[in-house]
Design a protein around this ligand. Sequence first.
Ligand code: KG4
Ligand code: ZN
Length: 340
Amino acid sequence: MSIIILGIETSCDETSVAVMRDGKLLSNIISSQVIHQQYGGVVPELASRAHQKMIIPIVNEAVKKAGIRQEEISSVAAAVGPGLMGSLLVGVNFGKAFAYGLEVPFIPVNHMEAHIYSNFIEEPVPQFPFLNLTVSGGHTQLILIRDDFDYEVIGETRDDAAGEAFDKVAKMLNLPYPGGPQIDLHAKKGNPLAIQFAKPYLNDDDFDFSFSGIKTSVLYYLRDHQLRSDTGKTFISEELLNDLCASFQRVVVQTLVSKTISTAKKFNIKEIAVAGGVSANSDLRFSMQSAAEQDNLKLFIPKLEYCTDNGAMIAEAGYRKFQKQLFGSLTETASANLSL
Ligand code: KG4
Ligand code: ZN
């Protein structure tokens, strides 16, 4: 009999639901909330309200697109954390109620664990052990993956996450939220060597990152060149905007690439994977690939639609948990600060 998993993702501002049959993705519907753009960032209260509106229509659409009947679902998996509490609660409560109604098990999935599994949605997949760099809006982690659900976080950011730095710098430059894709676009038209931002201090003895310094350097650059008003408005030419984006992005990408490659070498790991929203960054994808080739490392980066938050990665992690009978109970709760 087929194993059909319904995967639900509502941890931040994407309502996404996927259906997977025996490890093959049948549908992955993503509804991104645009309401936050006018506020320059995610407003938690608005996010949870939007999830409440969208969850049932998105589930129905995913089931319909998959061409299955609800009664065929073997298990419902949902992201239980980390994330925004009000947002998580919508997916977790709906998921548990749906599982209860269908009389199937509920599978709790850690959102960061699901990002790791985004590289398993389609072939080819990494072989254990591998090193995973997760770069999202809330996290920057280097994780040693020994086997399914057997991981060790060996490095993380000491301050801002990589995606957070992208979003904050974009906001300083009057670019809309989410800022990462905007910086990526402008950087393509700019000179990455135009402005020399200092690379964050990289200690060879640990595997941690720091991105708040580079963010502050961009702010100081704007202030020192009288490009920013007291009210926080930035006035710059399109050319300088492009150069600033390219120069900032280059430092962040180089930091991520060099730390990941040196960590893989230290642990004598031959395969590396990148996941999370920032793995959609064109420079990171290109630079990590070149560096990996140079050091004979095999690199895995998900397709663009599996980089940012999506239900497919929840369904993939859920499918693997189902096979290992790693079920949760119906008293399972959401946890905003859940760690790996
Ligand atoms: O994984 P994700 O969708 O949500 C979290 O779990 O946080 O990641 C969102 C982050 C945001 O900070 C967004 O600006 C960043 O990923 N991002 C990018 C790009 N696309 C999304 N950052 C840089 N370049 C991109 N192309
Ligand atoms: Zn995420």
